[in-house]
Ligand binder design. Structure first.
Ligand code: ADE
Length: 235
């Protein structure tokens, strides 16, 4: 049994993430301090870490090696990755594997909605690659290849946190009473996020005043104003 498990055990949670990483300590602080932790406390989400090193080869528990054909850097080897994922899937064959990779499908609000659990609980295994990449044969295990953008990061941990956050916040109850995730005016279009301007106190900040209609308490007029002021995300 691999070490590094830190979980609120809740078999009924709506979503479970098993994160395979060599850098658990880089991910824990975010999950323990954010709304993600509240989601775990409420029993809506469960986070579990698996240390890939526990499945490493030889006395040094090696998880990577040089690429055939030459080239710089090290690649994640198949054996530790297959062993870790097979062990997790033995316990839960329904778990789906996510691989953060710049070569994947671009992560959007629409994609997050697709992966967020609807009626039945979901279990995702997120494999966080490091080094210069992974052995291509690892892709046989992967259900969802996800790119956070057309740039390259040093590892899968930051993408994993973003994926976890954006899926988990869509679960009813995570954000609180008003189900803010639904109220948000994101369009379903793959790349077009739309939002209206929002203000809080004070109503006058250094002469910069909040639009009068928002102070009126007139819900219909507020809705009309918001619709009229919707704006697309900048490109
Ligand atoms: N790993 C490295 N860069 C990445 C990116 N842009 N998206 C997802 N995973 C990555």
């Amino acid at each position: 049994m691999p070490g590094g498990f830190y979980v609120i055990i809740c078999p009924m949670s709506k979503i479970k993430f098993t994160i395979i990483t060599l850098f658990e300590e880089a991910m824990r602080p975010y999950l323990e301090a954010s709304m993600m932790w509240k989601a775990a406390e409420k029993g809506l989400a469960e986070f579990e870490f698996v240390n890939l090193r526990d499945y490493g080869l030889g006395p040094h528990k090696s998880v990577d090696d040089t690429p055939y054909g030459g080239g710089d850097g090290m690649l994640l080897r198949c054996e530790p990755v297959f062993a870790a994922i097979e062990e997790i899937k033995e316990k839960d064959p329904s778990a789906e594997v996510i691989l953060p990779t710049p070569a994947g499908r671009l992560w959007t609000q629409k994609y997050a909605k697709e992966l967020s659990p609807k009626t039945t609980p979901k279990h995702y295994i997120i494999l966080c690659p490091h080094y210069e990449g992974y052995d291509e044969r690892i892709l046989k295990l992967v259900d969802h290849k996800i790119s956070l953008g057309r740039y390259v990061l040093t590892g899968g941990e930051l993408p994993a946190l973003i994926i976890i956050d954006s899926i988990t916040r869509l679960i009813p109850g995570v954000l609180g009473g008003e189900t803010s995730a639904e109220i948000e005016s994101f369009s379903d279009d793959e790349n077009e996020l739309i939002e209206y301007p929002q203000y809080t106190k004070p109503a006058d900040f250094r002469g910069d005043k909040v639009p009068e209609v928002l102070l009126s308490g007139h819900h219909q007029k507020v809705d009309e104003w918001r619709k009229a002021h919707m704006k697309k995300a900048e490109n």
